[in-house]
Write a protein of this length. Structure first.
Length: 569
């Protein structure tokens, strides 16, 4: 008698992995545990890179910045309830920053969760994720995994990018189905972020407004960096002859030393400009909402805005020329419309900004050159500024208060998407997650400039950096505390709320896991240590001793810090 061949089977585990791989996703950032431990193992066995972290928030931040760097959704994989919640902070942050990311979390049995009968790590994760991300989906049947993953990818990448939650209940993973039917159920997402061309009349309107300007300005935001339209953006600036100000993560889109960069004359540029072209930058708090004294006389500024999200227009002030579409298409359309005979902006405006910029640079220069100990922020950053100039392809990760604000102004960037920082929320804790993904996704060396407080949020991930042998050099600006290290408890009982153990040796943390630690007290020592570390390509941490009295409260954003008007008797 003929023996019927056993039908080949597949299951939920393999379908998830196959669906991701089919869509060109090669890396998963996560923390293993029930019910996704085997998913990670199998993904690794199937050739994916699986980077395991010590805490989900950092895996999530890694996935988010991988999305920013590659335009493919970064994947973060977590366990249920607490692991999911830990990852959710990063998902919400990714959504706020318009980074494409997918948080995939295992979840407990639906039947028990929905009846609230108290399952292991019981939580209605889909409901909780929904308001905090761009889209959220749950897959209940193995046959729907292909569609579920496809929807997640398309939601993350198309239009304004953002974070997507994908809920995979434990039962799904071991569901079996016929392998051939399984393969057929997978979907390769065609053109996940389709070009969105601007309307010709929107381009004509924008060019009319731009032509009328006496003091035009371009503001480049991280949307412009994300868009990877680097050549077109450079050509827009150079063809139009309009000076530009880069937002933090758009630094390096054109080199900060470009003659049309008004970065070092930012206040003057914002205050005195009459027409501003926003390219992938929102008029949120980081641009004083497009109004108030930063923007000069009320009503003195007209805004043209390029954005893929139509509802961004008029969110804070009137946009006289909305240009809705993807940045590459919009910038190209503007360039085509400018044609050959484009009138350069009045030279007095260019001269004003140029002399303001030169004056500011000259004022700053001596502060960057002191070699005294203890170091202040300027002297230490002066040393790092030279290192970044000599290593323009290194990626700079930056967080802290003073460490962030001052580094942003002092360290020039020379290439696109090399500066990764705290973004729209000004969040602390992105450091090690961003550093890991920057190294993994680009293979470039990473210099991570961290306030000691900021470092603390993700510091345990130095083990992750050592485990994967990543070329990450962390510099901790150690001033013994938050903002400063000099506060005291008025009651004399405890340490002040903003100070840490004085003279801590963060370098020893790196040594504990086999990396190289350095302890430095002068800019010369700092330069030597960072160069040695970056030449070695090995994990390193430089504990840079900063004067505890050097920082200012809240860095540059002290005005956001509420003050009590009441004097206690
Ligand atoms: P920044 O903080 O640097 O000013 P924001 O995050 O505020 O930047 O703004 C980025 C903007 O870029 C968002 O409004 C987003 O919708 C937009 N954006 C992102 N990617 C694209 C793209 N490919 N084309 C057009 N706009 C984009
Ligand atoms: Mg500090």
């Amino acid at each position: 008698p003929e023996v019927e061949a056993e039908p080949e089977l597949t299951d939920g585990f393999h379908l998830v992995i196959d669906a991701l791989k089919l869509n060109g996703i090669e890396t998963i950032y996560g923390v293993p545990g029930i019910p996704i431990t085997d998913l990670g193992r199998m993904a690794q066995a199937e050739g994916m890179r699986v980077i395991s972290f010590r805490h989900e928030q950092h895996a999530g931040n890694a996935a988010a910045i991988a999305g920013f760097l590659t335009q493919k959704p970064g994947i973060c994989l977590t366990v249920s309830a607490p692991g999911f919640l830990n990852g959710l902070t990063a998902l919400a942050n990714a959504t706020t920053n318009c980074f494409p990311m997918i948080l995939i979390s295992g979840s407990s049995e639906r039947e028990i969760v929905d009846l609230q009968q108290g399952d292991y790590e019981e939580m209605d994760q889909l409901a909780i994720a929904k308001p905090l991300c761009k889209a959220a989906f749950r897959v209940l049947h193995a046959a729907d995994i292909g569609i579920g993953v496809a929807r997640a990818i398309r939601a993350a990448c198309s239009g304004r990018p953002g974070g997507v939650y994908l809920d995979l209940p434990a039962k799904l993973f071991s569901q079996v189905m016929d392998a051939e039917a399984g393969q057929k159920s997978l979907v390769k997402v065609i053109d996940p972020a389709p070009a969105q061309h601007p309307a010709p009349e929107a381009i004509a309107r924008a060019l009319e407004v731009l032509k009328s300007a006496k003091r035009p300005l371009i503001v480049l935001g991280k949307g412009a960096a994300y868009a990877q339209a680097d050549a077109a953006i450079r050509s827009l600036v150079e063809t139009s002859g309009i000076p530009y100000v880069p937002m933090s993560m758009a630094k390096g889109l054109l080199p900060d030393t470009h003659p049309l960069s008004a970065g070092a004359a930012r206040s003057t540029a914002l205050k005195d400009s009459d027409v501003v072209l926003l390219v992938g930058a929102r008029l949120n708090w980081l641009l004083s909402h497009g109004k108030g004294k930063s923007w000069g006389e009320p009503g003195s500024t007209k805004f043209i805005q390029i954005d893929i999200e139509p509802r961004e227009m008029d969110s804070n002030v009137e946009i006289v020329a909305p240009v809705v579409g993807d940045i590459a298409s919009c910038v190209q359309a503007l360039l085509d419309g400018m044609g050959k005979g484009w009138q350069q902006p009045p030279s007095d405006w260019i001269e004003t900004l140029k002399s303001k910029r030169e004056a500011n640079v000259a004022k700053m220069a001596p502060k960057l050159m002191s070699n005294a100990a203890p170091m202040n922020f300027h002297a230490a950053l002066g040393a790092l500024r030279t290192i970044v100039k000599e290593r323009p392809d290194a990626i700079l990760v930056n967080e802290g208060a003073n460490t962030l604000d001052l580094a942003r102004g002092i360290i020039d960037m020379y290439q696109p998407r090399k500066r990764l920082d705290v973004g729209t929320w000004g969040i602390m804790g992105i450091g090690m997650g961003f550093a890991v993904a920057a190294a993994v996704e680009t293979g470039k060396p990473v210099l991570c400039v961290e306030g000691d407080s900021a470092f603390g949020f993700s510091g345990m991930e130095v083990e992750t950096i050592c485990r994967y042998g990543l070329p990450v050099c962390i510099v901790v600006f150690n001033n013994n505390g938050i903002y400063r290290g000099t506060d005291t408890d008025p009651t004399g009982r405890d340490p002040a709320t903003t100070v840490f153990v004085p003279d801590s040796r963060y370098d020893k943390m790196m040594e504990a896991f086999g990396g190289v630690g350095y302890h430095v007290t002068t800019p010369d020592e700092l330069t030597r240590a960072v160069n040695e570390a970056m030449n070695s390509g090995r994990p390193a941490l430089v504990n840079a001793v900063i004067d505890p009295a050097a920082g200012s409260e809240s860095g540059n954003i002290g005005s956001l810090n509420p003050q009590s008007g009441i004097k206690k008797k």
